[in-house]
Write a protein that binds this ligand. Structure first.
Ligand code: SF4
Length: 256
């Protein structure tokens, strides 16, 4: 798999050219942002940017004290599988199929031995169910062959698994292993640019820039809070700046 496909959690090698999901790829790249929004002004000095970011993260903590990973899981394997399944669909939809999936296939050995059509039937409500079935099956095989069926606890190891990119790896690191991880999904990428934390539209570059701005101990929780704010108020197309509790801190205010 190419590095770009890996970063986007897209296993292009398993798809025919006409099956590429360009909308998802554009979303990962933040192409909508590039076309429609200008980057807000931001301090040149890193220290000043950190100070401005701290004000926003403190406020986010007040607004969203209960933010957490929206995927349901009880162990690292379940989180890894659920995260892979969450590409191109909602966390709620993933949560609607994973109880049946994990009841039938509770560990990598059971999932690796599953019949493709049985996996496809369970994953059908998610869309792209054939490729998702292949992905989780390949992931289970990879876990067995490479890591004795244990979910590895480092970014370097996780991204060697089939279908696991940096974004998925950071979700697992942050939410199962308790290690700092920045997950640049569409919300985190968009809001980080609106807050002046980064001007990068490529998720990996954005992740590295955000890592310089925020202290590692709040990486994971800040991503959850940012996702919650993106879903609730700072929407992609019509951000509700007039009712936003971050308006006095946001360099993009007013966006419309
Ligand atoms: S003020 Fe507007 S652009 Fe800034 S965080 Fe709030 S909704 Fe988003």
């Amino acid at each position: 798999m190419s590095r770009i496909a890996q970063f986007f959690d897209l296993d292009y090698s398993r798809r025919k050219p006409w099956q590429l999901d360009w909308n998802h790829a554009k979303e990962c790249l933040g192409a909508d942002m590039v076309k429609k929004e200008k980057f807000p002004p931001r301090p040149r000095a890193l220290a000043a940017r950190r100070e401005a970011a701290a004000a926003i993260t403190d406020r986010l903590a007040e607004i969203y004290p209960d933010s957490h990973c929206a995927l349901d899981f009880t162990n690292g394997f379940e989180l890894l599988v659920a995260t892979v399944l969450s590409a191109q669909t909602t966390d709620a939809r993933v949560n609607s199929v994973t109880p049946e999936l994990f009841a039938a296939y509770p560990d990598p050995f059971a999932m690796a031995a599953a019949r493709g059509e049985d996996l496809e039937e369970i994953l059908h409500p998610l869309g792209f169910f054939r490729s998702k079935a292949r992905s989780v099956h390949g992931l289970a095989v990879g876990l067995i062959e490479q890591f004795d069926a244990e979910v590895p606890g480092t970014l370097e190891e996780l991204v060697t698994l089939p279908g696991v990119g940096r974004k998925t790896a950071n979700v697992v690191l942050g939410n199962w292993f308790g290690k700092p991880g920045i997950t640049v999904d569409t919300h985190v990428g968009r809001l980080s640019r609106r807050w002046g934390w980064t001007r990068e539209t490529a998720p990996v570059k954005a992740e590295l820039e955000i890592a310089k701005i925020l202290p590692p101990e709040i990486w994971t929780i800040t991503c959850h809070r940012t996702i919650d704010h993106g879903r609730a108020i700072c929407h992609s197309r019509k951000p509700e700046c007039e009712r936003c509790p971050l308006a006095d801190l946001c360099p993009s205010f007013p966006l419309n």
